[in-house]
Design a protein around this ligand. Structure first.
Ligand code: PHE
Length: 457
C-alpha cells in the first residue's frame, strides 16, 4: 500500500532547514534570469507592482494551501490528493503537477547548464575578452554538444542531492548554500547600482508605466509569481509533507515569499541598471530573449573594474540558485515514484532524472539543430517554458485553492495551520476566505481570459 505511516516518513530536521529548502526552491533562475526578462518585456515598474500584489494576495495563500495538503497527508503530490479525497478525480491535480515538473525541469536544466559554461568562461578569463557577446551566446547555445554536457552535469548533481535524501541531501545542501547566495547577491547589487548611468535603470524598474499593462501583462505577472514561488505543481506539497507538525506554516510561507520577492527585486537591481548603464537606448532598443542575461551582462563585466571577479561570482550564484531549485522539482517526481510505484529512492531518482534529461536535451537542442521543430511559432524550449510557467502552473494553483477551499474545507484547514489549535491567529480565517473565494475567482478570470486574448503568445 502506498500510504506509509507518518512515523516512518522523512522530515526536515529544523525550522531553518524548512525555510532554506523552500526558499531554495523558490529562489532560482526564476528570480535572476526570468524575472528581469519578463519585467523588461512587460512594462517595468507597473509589472513589478502587479507582481507584488499577486505574491501577497495569491502566492502566499496558495503556498499555504500546498503546505497544508502535504503536511496533512504526509505523502507525495499525487498521493496526497488520493488520501485526502479518496475515490475522486482530485488526484488528477497531482498528475498535472508531475507533468509540470517534467516540463519545468526540462527547460530549466538547459538554462542551468548555460550558467556553468559562463562560470567556466568567467573563471578562465575568456568572458572578458569576448568582442561580441551576442555572437558568443549564439555560437554556444546553438552548439550541439557543449550545452548538453553542462545540462547532464546539472542533472547529475541534482540527482545526487535528491538521492542523498531529505535531511542529508536537500536540507544540508540548501542550509549551506542559501546564506552564501544572499551574501553574493548583495555584493553584486552594490556594484551594479553604483555603475555610472545605472540610475536610469533603477527608475525604469520602479516607475510604473500603466500604459504597458494589458491582459497579457497580468497573466505574465501571475505566471511569474507562481513560477518564482514554486507553487502550482506540488513542489510545496511534497516539501510540506516533510515539515514537522509543530511548524508554524503561515509564518514559514510568509518568510519564504518575502525572501523570494526580496531576491527578485535584488536580482533586477543586478541586471536592469547594468543594462541601462551599458546599452544606449536601454531596454526598448534591445530584443530581450532567453539570452538577455548571458548577452548583456558579460559586456557589463568587461567594462567594470574587477569585472572578472564579479562575472565569476555572478555566474556561480546563478548556478547555485538553479541547483537549489532543480532538486525541489526532481523531488516531486522522485517522491511520487517512490510512494505510488513502490520504488526505492535510488531507483526513483535514476528513472526520474534520466527521463527528464531526455526531454531536457530536446529543449537544449531546440536552440540549434532542432530549431525548426516549432509549434505556434515556438521552439521546444519556448513551448515548455510558456506552457508550464504560464498555463500549467496557473491552472495548478487554481485547482489547489479550489481543493483546499471547497473539498478539504475550513475545519481541516484551520486545524492544520493552527497545529490542532495550539496557535491562534485572526489571520487564519482571513487567509481561508481568500483561498475559498478571492484566489479562485482572480486566478480563474486571468487563466480563462488569457485563452481569449488574441496575440497572447
Ligand atoms: N521557483 C523556481 C525559480 O524561481 C523555479 C521552480 C518552479 C522551482 C516550480 C520549483 C517549482 O527559479
Amino acid at each position: 500500500m502506498a500510504n506509509l505511516p507518518s512515523g516512518n516518513r522523512d522530515s526536515f530536521g529544523s525550522k531553518f532547514g524548512v525555510i532554506a529548502a523552500a526558499a531554495g526552491s523558490a529562489v532560482g533562475l526564476g528570480n535572476i534570469w526570468r524575472f528581469p526578462l519578463v519585467t523588461a518585456q512587460n512594462g517595468g515598474g507597473a509589472f513589478l507592482l502587479l507582481y507584488i500584489g499577486f505574491i501577497v494576495g495569491i502566492g502566499i495563500p496558495v503556498m499555504l494551501s500546498e503546505f497544508t495538503i502535504g503536511r496533512r497527508a504526509q505523502l507525495n503530490a499525487m498521493g496526497s490528493f488520493k488520501k485526502l479525497a479518496p475515490k475522486t478525480p482530485w488526484f488528477l491535480v497531482g498528475s498535472l503537477g508531475i507533468v509540470t515538473a517534467f516540463a519545468i525541469l526540462a527547460f530549466y536544466s538547459t538554462v542551468a547548464g548555460w550558467t556553468i559554461e559562463y562560470l567556466i568562461e568567467a573563471l578562465s578569463g575568456k568572458l572578458i575578452h569576448i568582442e561580441d557577446t551576442s555572437q558568443n551566446f549564439a555560437e554556444f547555445s546553438t552548439d550541439p554538444v557543449r550545452p548538453v554536457i553542462w545540462q547532464l552535469l546539472i542533472m547529475f548533481v541534482t540527482g545526487g542531492v535528491v538521492y542523498a535524501g531529505i535531511q542529508k541531501g536537500i536540507e544540508k545542501f540548501t542550509k549551506i548554500l542559501m546564506p552564501v547566495l544572499v551574501v553574493l547577491i548583495g555584493l553584486v547589487v552594490v556594484r551594479a547600482v553604483s555603475l555610472p548611468g545605472a540610475g536610469e535603470g533603477v527608475k525604469y524598474l520602479f516607475f510604473p508605466d500603466w500604459s504597458a499593462v494589458n491582459f497579457k501583462t497580468v497573466l505574465m505577472a501571475l505566471g511569474q509569481a507562481a513560477f518564482s514561488l514554486s507553487i502550482g505543481m506540488g513542489t510545496l506539497i511534497t516539501y510540506g509533507s516533510y515539515i514537522q507538525k509543530d511548524n508554524h506554516l503561515l509564518s514559514t510561507a510568509s518568510t519564504v515569499a518575502l525572501a523570494d520577492t526580496f531576491i527578485a527585486i535584488m536580482s533586477s537591481l543586478m541586471v536592469i541598471p547594468a543594462i541601462f548603464a551599458f546599452t544606449t537606448g536601454g531596454i526598448d532598443n534591445m530584443s530581450p530573449g532567453p539570452g538577455l542575461v548571458f548577452e548583456v551582462l558579460p559586456n557589463v563585466f568587461k567594462a567594470m573594474p574587477g569585472g572578472v571577479i564579479f562575472a565569476a561570482v555572478f555566474f556561480f550564484l546563478l548556478t547555485v540558485a538553479a541547483l537549489t531549485s532543480t532538486i525541489s522539482v526532481l523531488e516531486v517526481v522522485v517522491a511520487y515514484l517512490k510512494e505510488e510505484m513502490n520504488m526505492t529512492r535510488a531507483k526513483a531518482t535514476v528513472i526520474a532524472s534520466v527521463s527528464i534529461t531526455v526531454l531536457g536535451i530536446l529543449a537544449t537542442l531546440s536552440f540549434g539543430v532542432l530549431g525548426d521543430v516549432q509549434l505556434f511559432g515556438k521552439t521546444i524550449f519556448g513551448i515548455l517554458d510558456y506552457a508550464s510557467a504560464n498555463v500549467m502552473l496557473t491552472f495548478g494553483a487554481l485547482f489547489i485553492v479550489l481543493f483546499v477551499g471547497w473539498k478539504l474545507g475550513k475545519s481541516s484547514f484551520l486545524d492544520e495551520i493552527s497545529n490542532e489549535g495550539t496557535i491562534k491567529s485572526g489571520l487564519f480565517k482571513v487567509v481561508f476566505f481568500i483561498i475559498r473565494y478571492i484566489a479562485p475567482v482572480a486566478i480563474g478570470i486571468i487563466a480563462i481570459a488569457a485563452f481569449f486574448i488574441k496575440g497572447i503568445t
